[in-house]
Design a protein around this ligand. Structure first.
Ligand code: BGC
Length: 759
């Protein structure tokens, strides 16, 4: 058969049988699809194989260093079939145009896959991921990701570079905002909820998009909280903490992985045979593909790991990186590397197979333009229903950190209220960083939320007090903070002096968090603490509303104000959600997914630490600080409610768990306050001795319950051997016999305890 005939019959086969394949996850191989992939690979030239492994940036957003090659050269390469994917190409029309270049001109007509960073919404903005994680509401989180997928898919895009499941324990790191916080288990279940939301039950659904578990691996552990920095961890920590959420993502069938910029123990993750080939593709039997991070292949030259692009390409492909994101390494190196015998063509075949598999799963061979539909785009982006869903999860993400003498909720019968602070009327920062297609200044501000809530009878005295940032704020440039200008203080003080209560909205500018936004000072930035001091001097009745993407050092404000509400960056309808909580229309239920420190010197700070040989005590020669407690100011899992909950002791179903058995652990929780409320009941486990040292406690399950005043509910957890599993000294996941503690309670510090053993 000549090539043209082979191509034709292949295309007929592709069109006719695509509808028959009902794959659910990338790991469930469909024999028909695999045979189609075989035929395509058989037809491909070396250059065409290389092409599938190349991803170019389009023209919309720049999320890394500017491209070395111009648009026209890129276009020619698209037409020649030398590009398999593009990022940052958007809209139904824009993606159609790019796709046409491949479908009309290239020899094999293999559709492009379009990727984009849809991190917390496409145009309708949801809370930033760390904030949304504070809801601990997996259903709402999945729903948020689903809506983001609907808007993304309707805009022509097939693939999001999310969720980020990097466990991060360092408040200095700007990207802590982008994940599920410090706990491996919470990151796992939240990551899976997001993957389910993005991918739906079937990737070929026109509203499903491929997800991407990133950054594989260790990116959240950069030394000193400095972005892109060196990581040094051993296998036990790597497997048990960092990799746990990635393993869960692979098991959930996430379509793709992205590797990371950092090195671990001297090897850049991008070239890590251990991570990408041994753990991911062999131990976890993962069938999707790995995209590099932006330029992470070429950056191996800067790491001092590759001497030039040729060697970088060789190391990356051998290491298991299947696609080169805008690094321009694979396009120069892969063909010569195969031709000169440095790499086996089978490595390219494997990478191409994985990439084509995802394209087949998305249904792109059936219809390369199926996502590029202007009518669907007009109907499905930024709808009222989507905005309402974002407001719903925004409310659930708010964490009440302090509420002395029931300072909150505020009464709508107030005569006057001052609303003060650089973030009070800000309609932009609530949109957060990594905001995709959000319209700048489109969020409901806190001031607007309060105005919407209160009638004209209440006097609202607004004063900005000070600017947080100076000059232009943008994703692609450093932010300049206002460190000196206090000229607005006088207005703020006057507003506070004449008001019954003050709502102060302080925290971070959205562009203080996110990629490359590392800070060494995590107290209130700029002149905000001075502003708080000045206002406090005239009116102590202050409710501090915080907007931020990382844990802050709140030691000083915590001594000054009676009430603190952590609101993160809550998205499009932030102000309404915050006003609902301020005035008691929603009883706050969020719990911190990350520890808030007493001072930056405690970082990295995390509740699931090891005991050490000399656990912290008041005595000298124990592991602590002379000038600070080692405990958080607000611990992991912490969050108050307008009601109170009382926990009974734990009742265990048995004292021993057997290999094929289960063990129940129950508590009764009573609402002892005056209003209905939602509680997140948390279960922690401690393995008292093991072949590798284990943390003093680890979250292993949680349940949310709603209780009316006076009502009690029994919450029962089922513990199985799997609950106790860890990556042991045998280098496998297993449960070792021994003694355990089970702890249940309202946060990681306030827990009931019981003991059992596993035989
Ligand atoms: C980030 C990734 C992101 C990529 C593409 C990189 O700088 O680390 O998380 O997906 O850019 O925008």
């Amino acid at each position: 058969m000549n090539t043209t005939k082979a191509l034709l019959s292949l295309m007929v086969l592709a069109f006719a049988t695509q509808l028959a394949s009902a794959q659910k996850g990338v790991n469930d191989l469909d024999p028909v699809t695999e045979r189609k992939i075989d035929s395509i690979i058989n037809l491909m030239t070396l250059k065409e194989k290389m092409g599938q492994m190349v991803q170019y940036n389009g023209s919309f957003d720049l999320t890394g260093a500017p491209s070395e090659i111009d648009g026209n050269t890129k276009l020619q390469k698209l037409r020649a079939g030398e590009v398999g994917s593009m990022l940052n190409v958007l809209t139904a029309a824009g993606t159609r145009e790019a796709q046409e270049n491949v479908m009309k001109y290239s020899r094999l007509k293999i559709p492009l896959i379009f990727g984009y960073d849809v991190i917390h919404g496409y145009k309708t903005m949801f809370p930033v991921p760390l904030g949304e994680s504070a809801s601990w509401d997996l259903e709402a989180i999945e729903n948020g990701a689903r809506i983001a997928a609907v808007e993304t898919a309707a805009s022509g895009v097939h693939w999001t570079f999310a969720p980020m499941v990097d466990v991060s324990r360092d408040a200095r790191w700007g990207r802590i905002m982008e994940g599920g916080g410090e706990d491996p288990y919470l990151n796992s279940v939240i990551g899976v909820a997001r993957i389910k939301g993005f991918q739906g039950t079937d990737l070929s659904d026109v509203f499903s998009i491929a997800a991407c578990a990133k950054h594989f691996a260790g990116y959240g552990y950069g030394e000193g909280g400095r972005d892109y920095n060196t990581v040094n961890v051993g296998i036990s920590e790597l497997q048990n903490s960092i990799l746990m959420p990635f393993k869960a993502a692979a098991e959930a069938g996430v379509a793709t992985f992205m590797n990371s910029f950092n090195e671990i123990d001297g090897t850049p993750a991008t070239a890590s045979v251990y991570l990408q080939r041994e753990v991911l593709k062999k131990d976890w039997d993962y069938k999707g593909f790995v995209v590099s991070d932006w330029g992470s292949i070429v950056e191996m030259i800067n790491h001092g790991y590759a001497k030039d692009k040729m060697q970088a390409g060789e190391l990356a492909v051998k290491g298991g990186s299947d696609m080169d994101m805008e690094g321009l390494v694979y396009e120069e190196s892969l063909v010569p590397l195969v031709e000169n015998g440095s790499i086996d063509e089978a490595l390219l075949n494997d990478a191409v197979r994985r990439i084509l598999r995802v394209k087949f799963n998305l249904g792109l061979f059936e219809d390369p333009y199926k996502y590029s539909d202007e009518t669907r785009e007009a109907q499905n982006v930024y709808t009222e229903a989507h905005l309402e869903a974002s407001e719903d999860i925004a409310r659930k993400s708010i964490v009440l950190l302090k509420n002395e003498n029931n300072a909150l909720p505020l009464k709508t019968s107030l005569k006057s209220i001052a609303v003060i602070g650089p973030l009070a009327a800000d309609k932009d920062s609530p949109l957060g960083n990594w905001r995709a297609q959000a319209v700048p200044n489109s969020a409901v501000s806190v001031l607007e939320g309060i105005q919407n809530k209160l009638g004209a009878a209440v006097e609202i005295n607004y004063a900005k007090g000070a600017d947080l940032a100076i000059g232009e704020r943008a994703f692609i440039q450093p932010l300049k903070l206002n460190q000196t200008d206090t000229t607005g203080f006088a207005d703020a003080v006057a507003a506070a002096a004449k008001s019954e209560v003050v709502v102060m909205v302080l925290g971070e500018d959205a562009y203080q968090t996110g990629e490359a936004r590392s800070y060494t000072d995590i107290t209130l930035a700029g002149v905000q603490q001075e502003l708080l001091d000045a206002v406090h001097a005239v009116n102590e009745n202050i409710v501090l509303v915080l907007m931020n993407g990382r844990p802050l050092d709140l030691s000083k404000p915590n001594e000054q104000v009676p009430a603190i509400l952590e609101t993160w960056f809550l998205g499009s309808r932030a102000g309404n959600a915050i006003a609902d909580v301020l005035f008691g229309d929603y009883n706050p239920s969020g719990k911190l997914p990350v520890s808030f420190p007493r001072n930056v010197g405690q970082e990295p700070l995390y509740y699931n630490r090891k005991n050490t040989g000399r656990p912290s005590s008041d005595l000298i020669f124990y592991s602590g600080y002379e000038d600070s407690s080692i405990e958080a100011l607000f611990p992991f899992g912490f969050g108050l409610s307008y009601t109170s909950f009382e926990y009974s002791d734990i009742s265990l179903g048995a004292e021993t768990l057997n290999a094929d058995g289960t063990l129940t652990a129950s508590v009764s929780v009573t609402n002892t306050g005056d209003v209905a409320g939602k509680e997140t009941v948390q279960l922690y486990i401690r393995d008292l001795f093991a072949s590798k040292t284990r943390p003093i406690k680890e979250l292993r399950d949680f349940k949310q319950i709603e209780l009316e005043p006076g009502e009690s509910k029994t919450v029962t957890f089922v513990i199985t051997p799997k609950t106790l599993e860890f990556y042991s000294a045998n280098n496998i996941w297993e449960t070792e016999p021994g003694d355990f503690e089970v702890m249940i309670g309202t946060n990681s510090m306030d827990l009931k305890k019981a003991a059992f053993s596993y035989e």
